[in-house]
Design a protein around this ligand. Sequence first.
Ligand SMILES: Cc1ncc(COP(=O)(O)O)c(C=O)c1O
Length: 391
Amino acid sequence: MTIVKRALTNERVTKIPASGIRRFFDMVSGVEGSISLGVGEPDFVTPERFRQAAIRSIDEGHTHYTSNYGIKPLREAIAEHTARLRGLRYDPATEILVTVGVSEAVDLALRATLNDGDEVIVADPSYVAYVPGIVLAGGVPVPVATDEASDFRLLPEDVERAVTPRTRAILLGFPNNPTGAVLEARDVEGIAGIAREHDLLVYSDEIYDRLVYGTEHRSIAAEPGMKERSVYLAGFSKSYAMTGWRVGYACAPAAVIEQMMKIHQYTVMCVPTSGQYAALEALRSGEPEVGRMVAEYDARRRVMWSRFNAMGLHCFEPRGAFYCFPSVSSTGLDDEEFAARLFKEEKVVVVPGSAFGERGKGHIRACYATSMERIHEACDRIERFVNRNTR
Ligand SMILES: Cc1ncc(COP(=O)(O)O)c(C=O)c1O
């Protein structure tokens, strides 16, 4: 037997922790009677028409690799959709790349643009993949705290304070996972102004763009002078109930897309073909489905939000995505302890806010993309737990 003397793994990768959400995903499996508010995905099955389009594509023999950029009709449909919805015009030939979910798009955008030591400003708390993605790309994450007092918006004055001569980019993820926060027009304008003034790049993850309630979503890429310095990221997982299909996309200046495409080409080649056809159908005929699902999420959101407040877990009004982010500090428990004991005692899964950054501490993330009946049942159990545990 030989002895391996060197470390088997890469230092940069070894140092980043595995996602704090994962173990909460696995908790529920096999536990009878448990209710998960932990997983951030729609409970709806992908609408029938999209599924049929994928099946049809297989029956018609579309079983080969596609262009690295994605099938042309899908890129054309994305261009049309983005122009109609966001007022952004991208050339489907050179400025759009179809990716394996927004997950891959975020990774490609960071790797294709950052050099070692480049600082990237990112809201805290934020989606779990951002900080590791920046680190893996050689960048340095610079978390900027968001606060419940300002509805967890990323405030331009806080962004401005975080800018240094090494700042290369701002990574925006609004509507926000985990808080459900949205940016106001003045935030988007202010952050765009900072990007222009300091010549920064903006990665804008707009995966939840359709899931907003009582407000309009606005893309930072559509601000004056921003399209040329933005990487706009969106996808199908959330708005079209297509998490398992793994389809997302990036729109950016051709020079950026070209570099992103190279990494994509050498790592995954292309997005699974049948998924691309399902996504195409989603863009062609999916509007009524999106409207139906958003209305349903909105009704669930109101119920969960008001129930948290009524049971003494203060929760600001989430206006986007499908999460409530209540504070659990009134119970005297920290978020980790709250989540672990809630599962043990009442079989309800929520994710501790600290999984999303330092500023998530003292909060839990509860996803309302589950049936109204289960939301009520979960809230009854959480209320029982809170009454029993409030010190
Ligand atoms: C903010 C955000 N971005 C990206 C993703 C990844 O989405 P996809 O399924 O498109 O890879 C998620 C998934 O939870 C998310 O919340």
